[in-house]
Design a protein. Structure first.
Length: 447
């Protein structure tokens, strides 16, 4: 076991220098909890054991006589603290999987039997430390980012140093969108501020694809005394103009050229390229999964909640309602985020949970389409959409992959439950209970 020696205090006299080292488990060194003092509501691992040991090592060094006097006092010979440092094997595993997101690395470590005393924050810290060599070039972060982007063949569309420094590059996701044959109907730009120690602002141009935002390009803009509103606006417009002229992202005239000052950037993209490149890879994978129907878009949960509320509301007024084209003349429909209203929902009739898994948003009538026709039950009437995309039958390999994904997720869920049980985190358990209701029903139906 390794020891860290840090003196608590010291005194320098004319000829004698004295150091006092305290036992790290002395009870008078305990700090006041920063979070909730109730153990049932505290989700972090408990602090180290404390003792009334008054442990101290006093070292007095006489420079004139060159004699050192050492005094040791330790009233209680208690247990040593548990070593919770990251083993070398875990660090090696992180190095081998450094291209994954920290949470993905932690999930794989848990699946491999990681000691539950090791927390996700520890893994995140070492991912950052061990991964610096992948992106850090010069000490200057701006110069390092420019060099890293060039080395990795990213297309830099804007690079300025006067009057303020600015750097913009493409993520490469637009190429993937085009290869998948996805039409972009809307683009927007989000912003985040004070996200790094150099005071740069981050602007992300994203495309809306089936209700989610995917990043197309990034702009880092230095925010100093020289960056007035006029300069900021000019650089942002220049950034958008260059991207539009080189790519022509949207097939409609409503191209957005204004920066909406949003504090929380979309999809948590909020740092330098060393973190952004991981987000880009994650977004590329997520885009492919959603396109293949393997992952549900984030908006489905809100859509389902809104649908179930509307199905209960009484219908009193009559409007022109077309379920096949998913159009209604009521005012609620015109302002609805999901193109929903009680008239359409109730005319649609009874739907199963499978309906919400297969629903897709469209930019022309019908504004809602289903990939699976059999998910809709409407008085035994079969609904047929002429403008509907039907997925191909999955292959045996895809079937196996789907089973493996569900089995892997179930194992991880079991590990997570056992971990939270071991630390007595009943609040987490109660909060997660609803997430398991569907699985409980599935198991009970088989028994």
């Amino acid at each position: 076991m390794k020891f860290n020696w840090n003196y608590q205090r010291h005194y320098e006299g004319k000829d004698i220098t004295t150091y006092w080292y305290y036992c790290s488990q002395r009870d008078d060194l305990a700090k006041k909890p920063r979070k909730n003092p109730e153990s049932a509501k505290q989700q972090d691992v408990s602090s180290k054991e404390r003792y009334n040991c008054e442990g101290i090592i006093k070292i007095s060094i006489d420079e004139y006589t060159q004699i050192a006097e050492i005094t040791l006092l330790h009233k209680d010979l208690h247990m040593k603290p548990i070593d919770k440092s990251l083993p070398q094997s875990v660090k090696d595993f992180i190095k081998e999987n450094i291209n994954l997101l920290p949470r993905e690395i932690y999930a794989r470590l848990v699946n491999e039997g990681l000691d539950i005393s090791i927390r996700q924050k520890q893994v995140h810290f070492w991912v950052t430390q061990l991964g610096q060599g992948r992106y850090k070039r010069p000490e200057n972060a701006f110069d390092s980012a420019c060099l890293w982007l060039l080395e990795n063949n990213y297309h830099i569309i804007l690079q300025e140093v006067e009057p303020v420094r600015a750097l913009a590059f493409e993520t490469g996701i637009l190429k993937q969108i085009n290869e998948l044959g996805i039409n972009i109907h809307e683009c927007g730009i989000d912003a985040a501020y004070k996200t790094n120690n150099m005071g740069f602002e981050l602007y992300v141009l994203h495309a809306e694809v089936n209700g989610i935002g995917v990043p197309l390009s990034c702009l880092f803009l230095e925010n100093n005394d020289e960056c007035k509103d006029g300069i900021r606006t000019y650089i942002i417009q220049n950034f958008l103009t260059k991207f539009r002229d080189q790519n022509g992202t949207t097939n409609q005239d409503g191209y957005y050229g204004h920066a909406h000052h949003v504090k929380n950037i979309h999809n948590k993209i909020h740092s330098w390229p060393k973190k952004f490149v991981q987000v880009v890879v994650h977004q590329q994978r997520k885009l492919q999964q959603i396109h293949n129907g393997r992952e549900r878009p984030d908006w489905i949960k809100d859509f389902k909640y809104k649908w179930k509320n509307l199905i209960k509301q009484p219908v009193t007024n009559m409007y022109i309602t077309d379920v096949e084209n998913w159009i209604c003349g009521c005012s609620y429909y015109l302002t609805s985020r999901f193109k929903l209203c009680k008239h359409l929902v109730q005319q649609k009739g009874i739907v199963t949970d499978k309906f919400f898994e297969n629903i897709r948003r469209n930019y022309q009538p019908p504004f809602l389409i289903e990939y699976n026709l059999s998910s809709h039950v409407d008085n035994n009437k079969e609904n047929v959409y002429t403008n509907m995309n039907i997925m191909n039958e999955p292959t045996a390999e895809e079937d196996t992959r789907l089973f493996d994904e569900l089995i892997d997720t179930t194992k991880k869920a079991l590990t997570l439950l056992e971990e939270q049980k071991s630390v007595g985190n009943i609040k987490w358990c109660k909060g997660a209970k609803n997430s398991f209701n569907g699985i409980v029903k599935l198991v009970n139906a088989r028994s």
